[in-house]
Design a protein around this ligand. Structure first.
Ligand code: TRP
Length: 453
C-alpha cells in the first residue's frame, strides 16, 4: 500500500534557498519513492489570508509552480495542483466548520499571537483579525481530509494545525458515525537543515533576509551570497566554521568530503570574500541546471497551466466522490436521491442507489458522472454547453435499463451509446477482466435506476 503524502505551499512569496533545502528538495525526493503517493499543491486560498496583493499572489503561483517543476517534481507521478482549482475544498471547509469547536480555533497559535499582541497594546482583542485568519486551521484540515492523506510534512510552526486536523476529523467521524476520514500524521524532517539568512537569523521572507533560488538569475544569487554577514576576521585569520552561516549553507548542498575541505579552508584562514565565492560556485553546481528549466518554464506559462489543470483533474477525481459521500451522510444528497428517500419502497433506501453528480468542467461546459451505490465512478458523460441537455441525458439513462443500453466495449473501457453516439464513458480499467467486471456493475446500476420509480 502506498502512503499518501500531502503538503501545501502558501503562494505569497518567491522561493528562496531556505525553501529549497528545507521543503522543496526533500519533498521532491520523497515523491520519487515507490511507496509514496504524493499530493503537493499551491495553497492560494491560504495566501488570501496573508495578502490582499493580487499581483503578488498571481506572480507567486507562477514562480512556485515553475520552481517545483524545475526542481525535479514529476507531474506524472505526483498530483500537483492549485487549491483554488478544487471546489471540493471550500465545500468541505464548510462541512468541517460546522463540527469544529470554536474554542479549538481560539487556541490556534497564529490567532492567539494576534490577540496577545492586541491585548499588549491595549487594543480590542480581535482588532485587525479577519475571520479568514481565525478559520485558517479548518481550511487546512479540508486540504488534508479531502484526500484522506496519511502523512503531512510541514514546518514546526504547522504542527498544531495538523493536530487540529486530527481533532476535527475525529469529531466528524464520531458525529456521523463512520470513519469518513483517516487521521493524518505530521511529518517533521529532522535531518533537513534550516538555513540561516543574510543576517544569520533563520532565512525567511518575514525577516527580509533571503537568498532567492532562481529569481534574478546567477547574478542575483552571487550578489546575495556576497552580502551574507560574517565576522570581521581578516584573510589569514582562522575562522570558526560552526558559527559561520557560510559553512551551514555550504553543508546543505555539499557532500561530507566537500564540507570537510571547506571547513579546513576556513580554519586555515581563507578570506571571507573568497569563501563566499567558493560557496557560490558550489551552489551553482546544483542550481544552474535547474535554473535553466525554470527560465524555460516561466517563459511558457501555458505549459505550466496545462500541468496544473491535469493535476486538478486528478485531484478532483478523488475529492469529488469523497464529497458526494459526505453530502449523503450530512443529509445534502441530490434531488434524485431525495425522491428515493421519500418513496415508499424500503428497498430503495437512500444511499444504496446509484446516483448522478453534475459538475461544471474547467471549460465551463456541463457534465455529470454516474456513481454506483457504493461510490464507484461508473460513467462520465460527454460535455454539454447547455445544462438542460445534460439533465435530459441523465433522465434518459435513468429510464434506459440494462437490456436496452448499448454498451460499446473498448480495449480497457466501455462507452454508452444513445442514438448511435457515445454519450458517456467509463474510467479506464487495468485489464480486460476488470473491464468486464465493471460492465456487470454498470448493468446492475442501470437496472437499479430503471427499477426506481
Ligand atoms: N499552512 C501551510 C504553511 O503555511 C500551508 C498549507 C496549507 C498546508 N494547507 C496545507 C500544509 C495542508 C500541509 C497540508 O506552511
Amino acid at each position: 500500500m502506498k502512503t499518501r503524502v500531502l503538503t501545501g505551499i502558501t503562494t505569497t512569496g518567491t522561493p528562496h534557498l531556505g525553501n529549497y533545502v528545507g521543503a522543496i528538495r526533500p519533498a521532491v525526493a520523497a515523491s520519487q519513492r515507490a511507496d509514496v503517493d504524493a499530493f503537493y499543491f499551491m495553497a492560494d486560498y491560504h495566501a488570501l489570508i496573508k495578502s490582499d496583493d493580487a499581483a503578488r499572489i498571481e506572480r507567486s503561483r507562477l514562480e512556485i509552480a515553475a520552481t517545483w517543476l524545475a526542481s525535479g517534481l514529476d507531474p506524472q507521478k505526483v498530483t500537483f495542483y492549485r487549491q483554488s482549482d478544487i471546489p471540493e475544498i471550500p465545500e468541505l471547509t464548510w462541512f468541517l466548520t460546522c463540527v469544529t469547536a470554536k474554542g479549538l480555533l481560539n487556541r490556534a497559535h497564529a490567532y492567539k499571537a494576534a490577540v496577545d499582541k492586541n491585548t499588549a497594546t491595549g487594543e480590542d482583542a480581535d482588532a485587525g483579525v479577519t475571520a479568514g485568519l481565525y478559520m485558517y486551521p479548518v481550511l487546512m484540515a479540508a486540504d488534508i481530509l479531502a484526500f484522506n492523506a496519511n502523512k503531512v510534512p510541514v514546518g514546526r510552526d504547522q504542527i498544531q494545525h495538523v493536530e487540529m486536523t486530527r481533532d476535527i476529523a475525529q469529531r466528524f467521524n464520531h458525529i456521523y458515525g463512520r470513519e469518513f476520514f483517516a487521521l493524518p500524521d505530521v511529518v517533521i524532517e529532522e535531518q533537513v537543515a534550516t538555513l540561516p539568512g543574510l543576517d544569520g537569523r533563520k532565512m525567511s521572507k518575514s525577516y527580509d533576509n533571503t537568498i532567492p533560488l532562481f529569481a534574478g538569475g546567477q547574478k542575483q544569487l552571487r550578489e546575495s551570497i556576497m552580502r551574507i554577514v560574517t565576522d570581521s576576521r581578516l584573510p589569514g585569520e582562522a575562522k570558526d566554521p560552526d558559527s559561520s552561516s557560510l559553512f551551514t549553507i555550504f553543508r546543505a548542498f555539499a557532500s561530507d568530503a566537500e564540507s570537510a575541505a571547506f571547513r579546513q579552508a576556513l580554519v586555515d584562514g581563507i578570506g571571507w570574500g573568497e569563501a563566499k565565492q567558493v560557496l557560490f560556485e558550489r551552489i551553482e553546481v546544483d542550481v544552474a541546471p535547474m535554473r535553466e528549466s525554470y527560465d524555460a518554464l516561466i517563459a511558457r506559462p501555458a505549459m505550466i497551466e496545462d500541468i496544473l489543470q491535469e493535476g486538478a483533474r486528478k485531484a478532483r477525481a478523488i475529492a469529488g466522490p469523497k464529497l458526494l459521500e459526505l453530502r449523503d451522510a450530512l443529509g445534502l444528497r441530490s434531488g434524485i436521491a431525495v425522491a428515493t428517500w421519500s418513496s415508499a419502497r424500503p428497498a430503495a433506501k437512500a444511499g444504496k442507489m446509484p446516483r448522478f453528480a453534475s459538475f461544471r468542467d474547467t471549460d465551463g461546459s456541463f457534465r455529470f458522472r454516474l456513481f454506483s451505490a457504493d461510490g464507484e465512478e461508473l460513467l462520465l458523460s460527454r460535455s454539454f454547453a447547455d445544462p438542460k441537455a445534460a439533465g435530459s441525458l441523465q433522465k434518459r439513462i435513468k429510464e434506459l435499463g440494462s437490456t436496452s443500453a448499448v454498451l460499446q466495449v473498448q480495449p480497457l473501457a466501455l462507452a454508452l451509446e444513445l442514438d448511435g453516439e457515445a454519450v458517456a464513458t467509463t474510467p479506464t480499467y487495468d485489464g480486460e477482466q476488470a473491464r468486464d467486471e465493471a460492465l456487470e456493475r454498470l448493468r446492475g446500476a442501470l437496472e437499479q435506476l430503471a427499477a426506481q420509480d
